[in-house]
Design a protein around this ligand. Structure first.
Ligand code: PNS
Length: 163
């Protein structure tokens, strides 16, 4: 573990999936503290409110003592300066993620040259998993049991009344 070294894992987490959780666990084994930084992605229409996403994440990571879930708004680069933490963790599932992630990593470093982005790959069983697919499955009556933490599964059931 990188002693006394924190990293931020930013995202919209709408909703959090087991893939996100897998990345959080991997990151928490590498750094002394992980801040899961939750925000609204202005390019997406969210299903869950910011507070709902935070609550679901907090419940999902309750057993991880070095993980904190916090909201942020505005530029990630500005937020990292505020919390004095300049390592960004992002999950990379497949080649299809690469272009967007690469662009974001370079843009963040352009905005603040102290920022380094580290890409972690989730367990291969999660490479196909995304929040939008989970929502689609739930909306169409499918079970999300094996894709999301229990609290998220219950919330999806409440919202979409699926199995
Ligand atoms: O989980 P997502 O939606 O893929 O996460 C994207 C997110 C929220 C990390 C990204 O959109 C972001 O950093 N938003 C904050 C605003 C910002 O800094 N935009 C410039 C990014 S280069």
């Amino acid at each position: 573990m990188n002693r006394n070294f924190s990293a931020a894992y930013p995202g919209s987490f709408d909703p959090p999936t087991n893939g996100h959780l897998d990345i959080i666990i991997r990151a928490s084994n590498l750094f002394s503290k992980i801040i899961v930084a939750v925000t609204d992605n202005i390019n997406k229409r969210h299903t869950f409110t910011l507070q709902e996403r935070i609550d679901l994440l907090r419940e999902s990571v309750a057993n991880l003592k070095n993980v904190e879930v916090l909201p942020f708004s505005g530029l990630l680069a500005d937020y990292l300066e505020k919390i004095n933490s300049f390592v960004v963790i992002r999950g990379l599932r497949a080649l299809s993620d690469f272009e967007y992630e690469f662009q974001m990593a370079l843009m963040n470093r352009k905005l603040n040259k102290k920022i380094e982005t580290i890409f972690l790959t989730p367990d291969q069983s999660y490479t196909f998993l995304s929040s939008s697919m989970v929502k689609e499955i739930s909306m169409l009556g499918g079970s999300t049991k094996s894709f999301v933490p229990k609290c998220v599964e219950l919330e999806l059931k409440k919202r979409f009344g699926n199995r």
